[in-house]
Write a protein that binds this ligand. Sequence first.
Ligand code: FES
Length: 181
Amino acid sequence: MNVALTINGESTSIDAREGEHLAAALRRNGYTGVKCGCDGGDCGASTILIDDEATMACGMPATDAEGSSIETIAALGTQNDLHPIQQAFVDNFAVQCGFCIPGMILQTKELLDENPDPTEAEVREAIDDIVCRCTGYQKPVEAIMDAAGRMRGERVATDGGSTTSAASRGRMDCCGGVTDE
Ligand code: FES
């Protein structure tokens, strides 16, 4: 069955099998930035943005995505021009195995689009549906707070994961590497 939708700004359609969840259909159609950790909407690895709302793609039938607008991690930065959230995760050493990171970054994007200046408690609440087996969450929380500051124009990246004020540096440094695999 064809499901017509928009993915990362491009009008397209994907093939969906009987009973297939959206994460599996997206991956089978080449959108491998979508991760699949549990197949049941439990671990959060499959989180994508559907009509700007963070949603676990393995928790919904692919056919329910008809007519929606989806953003996967590939909608953010490129390998040579990372989104500030991606850059903050790299600079703060918030990525270990990386499996949860696309979902965590997209969950972060939803948070910062709605609340550009979250408290640490709000950050922790926003990502509490994303299971991270590696980091203990401290580094991702630091990265998200850093990303929020960068996106407000208050902080920019420096070497080694620390940040300085935008005023002291005068520019935003946004280079690095994340792949869609
Ligand atoms: Fe490995 Fe989060 S970095 S699961």
